[in-house]
Design a protein around this ligand. Structure first.
Ligand code: BGC
Length: 424
């Protein structure tokens, strides 16, 4: 059995080598990758992919779309409609399935078999990358969304511990505000408000999170549990300062790490940005999971991946093979993820060497613990659960709720359900 598998594998590799070399006679592998990483640590991380692709003989071009994931998705849609589908695009969650269903995405099965992806890719990612049993996406990483960064300086000064539950969080904030300090550093943007709300709903009621945010169940959205979650969000808006509009997540991060605010809730791209700006774990900040009321380890997962659209030009076709191969290489998974704050999508990479931070190592061990405890969820805020039309509708309601303090938690919950129902 093992021998047959080995033979098949060798034959597949030989076939791939033949087909790539046959193509390579005429083709110069080329790509133009569309993605959302336009600035700062994110641009620095994706630049590493460009460098590795070029070192492997490819010609790298990129189209970086400023803003958050929805801007990239909008550009993708308009390019495809214009008959100009990108050779490679950063695409996530259910959008991978949706684009796969159009029949325009390339099938990566041959490469995946030759390279043994099924055996090394984290099991949590496989169904996302193989929506119908065929590989259509190459996963770059695993990001954890439910991180709480605490200012070591403020916690030490006030003798406070990192809060483990939402009640402890509120009690800490009351003390921090009473001491004349800002409790939560925040920059209002639809996706950032929704990132915070992801953690609130999840930490208060994991079943509600699954029903409302993974299954888009509007009855769950109108429930008392969701009203309670909006009430917690309302409280948290009160713990923010008045400068949240127009503030970037990097600025909020700096407020916390400089000791101007106590807490910052954000995914672990923050770790990359902190490294780049020279902040240190355990000196400037502590990282822990955002509060949960149900004990145990929680993990809200987000993953960046690349999907390839069918092309006519052999240079781009050849480039797709090379790019997917580069992305899945252990070398790239280390270099990129050290620079991105995330952890590799491969399970066979050792994080104790190569420059991963303690937060990144904790992400890996907490992921394992969360899987074992059955608490792992995917992130709604980061396009990993419902289609963009539902996520977009929910983000609008959540961001409006943060901006307008006259909206009551009951109204928030009903508006959330109404907005999703309007898209059905
Ligand atoms: C993406 C990350 C990115 C973050 C902030 C997430 O949705 O998956 O790659 O760093 O947004 O822009």
């Amino acid at each position: 059995m093992e021998k047959t598998r080995q033979k098949l594998r060798t034959a597949a590799i030989a076939a791939l080598a033949f087909s790539t070399s046959a193509l390579a006679l005429h083709a110069q592998p080329k790509t133009n990758m569309m993605h959302q990483w336009a600035q700062g640590s994110e641009a620095a991380a994706i630049a590493k992919l460009g460098e590795m692709f070029e070192a492997a003989g490819g010609k790298w071009e990129q189209t970086a779309i400023s803003g958050h994931t929805s801007n990239t998705l909008a550009k993708l849609r308009s390019d495809v409609v214009a008959g100009n589908a990108p050779a490679a695009v950063q695409l996530k969650g259910p959008e991978i399935t949706e684009w796969n269903q159009t029949g325009q995405t390339a099938n990566l099965d041959d490469l995946a078999t030759a390279e043994g992806w099924d055996a090394v890719v984290a099991p949590e990612l496989i169904s996302v990358m193989k929506p119908t049993g065929h590989w259509v996406a190459a996963p770059m990483n695993i990001h954890r969304v439910n991180w709480l960064y605490s200012s070591k300086k403020i916690l030490d000064e006030l003798g406070l511990a990192v809060p483990g539950t939402w009640d402890e969080f509120n009690a800490a904030c009351d003390k921090i505000v009473a001491a004349g300090k800002i409790c939560i550093a925040h920059g209002a943007a639809d996706w950032a408000d929704t990132t915070t709300f992801d953690s609130v709903v999840y930490g208060m009621d994991i079943d509600l999170y699954r029903k409302a945010f993974q299954e888009a169940d509007t009855e769950a959205m109108r429930s008392q549990g969701m009203i309670d979650a909006f009430a917690q969000l309302r409280k948290m808006v009160g713990y923010m300062d008045s400068g949240i509009n127009g503030r970037s997540w990097e600025q909020s991060m700096a407020m916390t790490m400089d000791g101007d605010a106590a807490f910052f809730l954000m995914g672990d791209w923050t770790v990359a940005s902190a490294n780049l700006a020279g902040y240190n774990e355990d000196v400037d900040y502590l990282c822990s999971q955002t509060p949960v009321n149900w004990g145990g380890n929680g993990y809200i997962l987000n993953a960046d991946s690349v999907v390839f659209f069918k092309q006519k030009d052999p240079d781009y076709i050849e480039g797709q093979q090379l790019l997917a191969k580069t992305i899945m290489s252990p070398e790239f998974q280390v270099t990129f993820n050290v620079a991105k704050g995330s952890i590799p999508s491969r399970t066979d990479v050792d994080l104790s060497t190569g420059g991963f931070t303690q937060c990144q190592q904790k992400s890996q061990s907490d992921l394992k613990a969360s899987v074992a405890e059955g608490t792992l969820v995917r992130s709604m805020a980061h396009n990993m659960t419902v289609l963009q039309k539902y996520r977009g509708a929910m983000m609008e309601v959540i961001t409006e709720f943060v901006a307008d303090t006259s909206i009551t938690p009951e109204q928030g919950a009903n508006q959330l359900a109404d907005a999703v129902e309007a898209q059905q």
